[in-house]
Design a protein around this ligand. Structure first.
Ligand SMILES: Nc1ncnc2c1ncn2[C@@H]1O[C@H](COP(=O)(O)OP(=O)(O)OP(=O)(O)O)[C@@H](O)[C@H]1O
Length: 315
């Protein structure tokens, strides 16, 4: 019961024979801010749509907040709020009416509705009574989040919430999501923006071709990226990179032949040893920078397919 979402052998084959999910197992712990990453077509929307009751699974089990989606569909649905990719609401309703209508659909009694509180939370209280069609894109997006929260679900799923949203609005949206999370809401977000998942999520699962290829606490996932890059400015140009044991991919920069870069595995050597080797070889060090591998490197390594170009990575 400690999981917000639990999937066992969840599979989906569409009518046209396309297998979108190959029997996946996935647990999302309660209280987490969970990232679901994957290239286009990986199966993220299929997974979310099954939880939302919009797509029928072909096999397996799914529970939301302990409620099996087959045995207790109403409770499962009531436990989840979903912000879909597309903006969906009637442009001729005001934000206030939109939320009231949604609360009605979820059977929230009038006395328990939090319409103005939600509008304040997404900073749309001053727009409560204007037509929704006059809202900016970012405001509409925030209204979608408020709409997903009318029935106060313990789990909020955001499907690609920041695609096409500018940086300032993105930050406002994340500020609100963090507030919800701090208040105890379990948040699951799908995103192509790896930096976003890295910065926000405490746990990340990577989906690729209908399979979970990683599911780990963010620092553990990042630690999988053992490659580090060191860029050294030498005191004079070199024709080829001096040999340094324990490194690979030594390169001299074409335009500035006194700058050399090396890749190395953190488990095998370190920046100090690289510099010491260069000095021992008679080179003077003028400057040095290093770069850690990031989530993008891990992501690419895990979803690398022979001869197939990746799409949809990093937005
Ligand atoms: N209704 C459908 N009928 C047939 N195939 C579908 C249907 N919906 C999705 N698919 C296919 O299932 C696979 C998974 O799609 P899905 O939309 O779940 O991926 P996704 O990870 O959400 O991708 P994106 O990030 O682009 O939304 C894709 O190959 C897609 O073409």
């Amino acid at each position: 019961m400690s999981n917000a979402i639990s999937l066992k052998g969840l599979a989906k084959t569409y009518g046209n024979g396309k297998v979108a999910l190959h029997g996946i197992d996935l647990d999302v712990p309660r209280g987490s801010l969970f990232g679901l990453l994957g290239p286009n077509g990986a199966g993220k929307s299929t997974l979310i749509n099954i939880l939302a009751g919009m797509v029928n699974k072909s096999a397996g089990q799914a529970t939301v907040w302990g409620f099996d989606i087959d045995a207790h569909p109403r409770n499962a649905k009531a436990s989840i709020g979903i912000v879909p990719q597309e903006i969906l609401f009637d442009a001729f309703f005001t934000p206030f009416e939109t939320l009231e209508l949604q609360a009605g659909l979820f059977g929230v009694p009038r006395a328990k509705r939090r319409t103005m509180e939600l509008l304040r939370a997404v900073r749309l209280d001053d727009k409560a009574h204007v037509y929704s069609r006059t809202l900016s894109g970012g405001m509409k997006r925030r209204l979608m989040v408020a709409k997903a929260m009318v029935h106060n679900p313990p789990v909020l799923i955001l499907d690609e919430p920041t695609a096409g949203v500018d940086i300032e609005l993105r930050q406002q949206l994340w500020a609100y999501v963090k507030t919800l999370h701090a208040d105890g809401v379990t948040v699951i977000l799908t995103t192509h923006y790896l930096e976003e998942a890295e910065a926000l999520c405490d746990r990340i699962a990577i989906v690729d071709q209908g399979r979970i290829v990683a599911n780990e606490a963010t620092p553990v996932l990042l630690a999988r990226a053992q490659e580090k890059v060191i860029r050294v400015t030498l005191d004079r140009p070199v024709g080829s990179p001096p040999l340094v044991q324990g490194t690979r991919r030594g390169e001299v920069e074409a335009a500035t032949p006194n700058i050399v870069t090396y890749g190395f595995d953190k488990r095998e050597t370190n920046a100090g040893a690289v510099l010491a080797a260069l000095v021992a070889d008679g080179h003077g060090i003028v400057d040095v920078t290093t770069k850690e591998a990031d989530l993008e490197d891990v992501f690419l390594a895990l979803t690398a397919r022979h001869g197939v170009a990746q799409d949809g990575v990093a937005g």
